[in-house]
Ligand binder design. Structure first.
Ligand code: TXA
Ligand code: MG
Length: 328
């Protein structure tokens, strides 16, 4: 059994010792829980892929404590990277930069770039500072499953497969970091997150090209594959105006259904388990993965999701919902 410990100084010291030994430690970030190991230790990094069941060509993000460490990992730090780091770090933003030759191929999936970020979570920052080096950490879930936003979610996914879980409470943002690729001629948005496309464009004074799952068959980021972040129960998005009718049809077929809603008002005649998330995009995102996990546990035939608006503020949520639904 993997021990889950409250992330006090003693626990962090123990985590640092484990990291130095090349072991695997889950820790909270502001986005989701990460499964961390010493990014400079190729063999330790291999252990992450084993624990997650993740293909080895899917690169990991290296978490660092300060921008001064950027040049330990990146061979070039363009002005755009400096600007974004200054404005958004610590925070839910990952920058993809050309890597230094010493960065293990195990970390980068054999690519010539490396993903870097400074997380904005007190436990993560204390851990990173105490450890001193980079911590390679994907989300602490099994491959293709919903990312964990609480320590208990990590235990559900990886109990017995990793060495320690640091409990720092629920994650504040709830969806994974925005990923910006600055390694090429023009900046690319690889994954939407809490920091929006517009905020990045405003700072860089140029337009970002959005790389989406559908216009890219060899994914540079596993997060870009359509089948990702998936619950086990069949999940589908439904426009608000079609919900009542869809619920009625599924009820008629004798299906046990759950609904992830933010506004829908149920009619007493329908039989559906409703899980409400807040109406604002950021609060909705914070609760999204826990909601999907809770609904998944109910032994339902299907999960319907009341489709949020297609507006910019819902970009990250819609991206994750579409991926959850794409598995079915
Ligand atoms: O919020 C987050 O980013 C969380 C927390 C733990 O920091 N981490 C996370 O890691 O979501 P993961 O491995 O689940 O997703 C990281 C994404 C993957 O889609 C990966 O392919 C992409 O980052 N990535 C990492 N390095 C890359 C690189 N060199 N080029 C392109 N994509 C990269
Ligand atoms: Mg992940």
């Amino acid at each position: 059994m993997t021990e889950t410990v409250f992330a006090d100084d003693t626990a962090i010291a123990k985590a640092v010792e484990l990291l130095h030994q090349g072991r695997l430690v889950a820790f909270p970030t502001e986005t989701v829980y990460g499964l961390g190991t010493d990014a400079g230790n190729a063999e330790a990094v291999t252990g992450i892929f084993r624990a997650k069941g993740r293909p080895v060509d899917h690169p990991l993000i290296v978490h660092i404590a300060s921008s001064a460490q950027l040049s330990d990992w990146a061979s070039q730090v363009p002005d755009a990277a400096q600007r974004l780091a200054k404005l958004f770090w610590p925070g839910p933003l990952t920058l993809i930069l050309k890597k230094r030759p010493e960065v293990p191929d195990e970390v980068t999936g054999g690519q010539d770039t490396v993903g870097l970020r400074i997380p904005d979570n007190p436990v993560a920052l204390r851990l990173l500072r105490a450890f001193g080096g980079g911590i390679a950490a994907p989300s602490a879930n099994r491959y293709k499953r919903v990312s964990p936003t609480q320590a208990s979610h990590v235990a559900e996914e990886l109990d017995g497969l990793i060495d320690l879980i640091l409990d720092g409470g629920p994650c504040r943002v709830g969806v994974e970091s925005t990923i910006i690729d600055l390694s090429g001629a023009s900046p690319l948005l690889l994954r939407p997150g809490r920091i929006s496309k517009a905020e990045i464009e405003q700072e860089l004074q140029c337009e970002l090209t959005v790389i989406s799952a559908t216009n890219n068959d060899t994914p540079r980021a596993p997060g870009q594959m359509t089948v990702h972040y998936a619950p086990l129960t069949s999940t589908r998005l439904c426009p608000p105006e079609r919900l009542s009718e869809t619920i009625r049809q599924l009820n008629d077929q004798g299906k046990k259904i759950g609904l992830l809603a933010y506004r829908f008002e149920s009619k007493s005649s329908s039989s559906v388990t409703i899980y409400y998330l807040p109406e604002t995009a950021d609060d909705y995102a914070q609760g999204l993965y826990a909601a999907l996990r809770d609904l998944d546990r109910l032994g339902l035939d299907a999960i319907l999701v009341e489709q949020p608006p297609e507006s910019n503020e819902w970009h990250a949520v819609n991206d994750r919902l579409k991926k959850a639904a794409a598995a079915f």
